[in-house]
Design a protein around this ligand. Structure first.
Ligand SMILES: *Cc1c(COP(=O)(O)O)cnc(C)c1O
Length: 407
């Protein structure tokens, strides 16, 4: 048994804080958004964390998400609901990307996407705080991760997804024990149904950033990256941005690591990558706005980033700007071409959202935004196996004459 899952370790959450106003909220109570309707951030006594745990002690533990326990909100080991949240590898893609390009392949996590990081944490906290029924809007992967973890600890789940959500996602959600409904609308329309039921007291609302703990789970991408790279960070990170939980979470992780003295003050430039058919953050970034308006008629092959409106918009934009990065849009043809190139030339099958980061990187390289000498990390957030692939029509009649030269 992994010691990270059995050892009782001290925890250090002091309170939660409104990401907009800084208003303080009690820890160890159920929360959704703050009074002004914005995400809550979890705060820790980092001095005490630093006294309880050194970088070397941390490094000596088994790898995986739960090695970061002192920087996570779950108080009681018994509330951890694990399906094996491994440390994901950094895979070089020299031919399709370049000599200094690494893909952090999140497709290897439980349920095949990095939504597992956020949901394993949020479900553990829901369990700890006595929630028995959860509802969520999803473009697919989040619903699958919720279904898996909630089922495992006996929490009932109801999941709503846009009617054109990939069939495999709808089915995996149902197969893992949730009640799943297709809705004739987009993810925020599904969110409105969840909100209505929550207001009536029917369930707890698990929408992206509407409960505080998914960010803490996603934050582990940033913690892990620093440890994997020998306590430094790459020059640039390309992140496929929908609700932006991962980007916000990593930015928070870097800050916590610096306060612990485990990394310095250097930061990667953060590139928020969106599909040009749904690019509210890119539009707001370019217009110099602090908030992003809803994107109408959103469409893209990269379903995971088809998010017309994000409650954490200002947090994404702030991190991108503070880091010296940008928000970049890429078209579906470039996304599909990047997926194809990475698979055919480097043998790594990306999801379309991962393809978007590769396409954005190539564009940034062309535009002189990044240099090919710079070390860059691209996020592939789900296994490519969940998505449609090009047809493979070849067929052989074993009874006929086989032209071996043609094979
Ligand atoms: C959810 C999802 C994203 C977007 O992640 P956020 O942190 O919510 O912006 C990107 N890619 C895939 C495959 C996803 O499932």
């Amino acid at each position: 048994m992994n010691e990270n899952l059995s050892a009782d370790r001290p925890t250090f959450v002091t309170h939660l804080e409104c990401s907009m106003t800084g208003e303080r909220y009690e820890a160890d109570q159920l929360h959704n958004l703050s009074r002004v309707g914005r995400p809550l951030l979890v705060r820790y006594d980092l001095n005490a964390v630093g006294q309880a745990l050194s970088r070397d002690q941390l490094a000596a533990r088994e790898t995986g998400l739960w090695r970061w326990r002192e920087l996570l909100p779950v108080r009681h080991t018994r509330d951890i609901v694990s399906l094996g949240e491994i440390e994901t590898p950094l895979i070089p893609v020299p031919k399709s990307g370049g000599a200094n390009v690494l893909v952090k392949d999140e497709g290897r996590l439980p349920t095949g996407s990095f939504k597992a990081r956020g949901l394993v944490m949020a479900v553990a906290m829901a369990k700890e705080l006595g929630v028995t029924r959860i509802a969520m809007p999803t473009n697919g992967n989040a619903g699958a991760a919720l279904a898996a973890y909630a089922t495992r600890c006996g929490i009932e789940t109801i999941v709503f997804c846009p009617e054109d959500t990939p069939e495999i996602n709808v089915r995996e959600i149902q197969a893992q024990g949730a009640r799943v409904w297709r809705v004739n609308g987009l993810i925020d329309d599904c969110g409105a149904i969840v909100g209505k039921g929550a207001a009536e007291g029917r369930w707890f609302d698990f929408s992206t950033l509407k409960e505080p703990y998914r960010i803490e789970g996603k934050k582990t991408m940033g913690l892990e990256l620093a440890a994997q790279m020998g306590w430094r960070l790459p020059s640039a990170i390309f992140y496929p941005t929908g609700g932006g939980t991962g980007l916000i979470g990593m930015w928070k992780a870097f800050d916590e690591l610096e306060r612990l003295g485990w990394i310095g003050s250097e930061r990667p430039r953060m590139y928020a990558v969106q599909a040009s058919g749904c690019a509210p953050i890119v539009r707001a970034f370019e217009a110099g706005e602090e908030h992003a308006e809803r994107w109408e008629d959103a469409h893209t092959v990269a379903a995971g980033i088809r998010v017309p409106r994000a409650v954490g918009d200002f947090l994404i934009l702030r991190a991108v700007r503070d880091s010296g990065g940008k928000a970049l849009g890429v078209g579906d043809p470039a996304i599909l071409k990047a997926v194809d190139e990475c698979a055919r030339r480097d043998g790594l099958l990306l999801c379309p959202e991962g393809g978007a980061t590769l396409a954005a990187y190539k564009q940034a390289l062309k535009d002189g935004e990044v240099d090919e000498d710079e070390e860059v990390v691209l996020f592939n957030c789900a296994t490519g196996l969940k998505y449609p692939m090009p047809e493979a029509p070849n067929w052989l009649d074993r009874h006929g004459a086989i032209d071996f030269d043609q094979l």
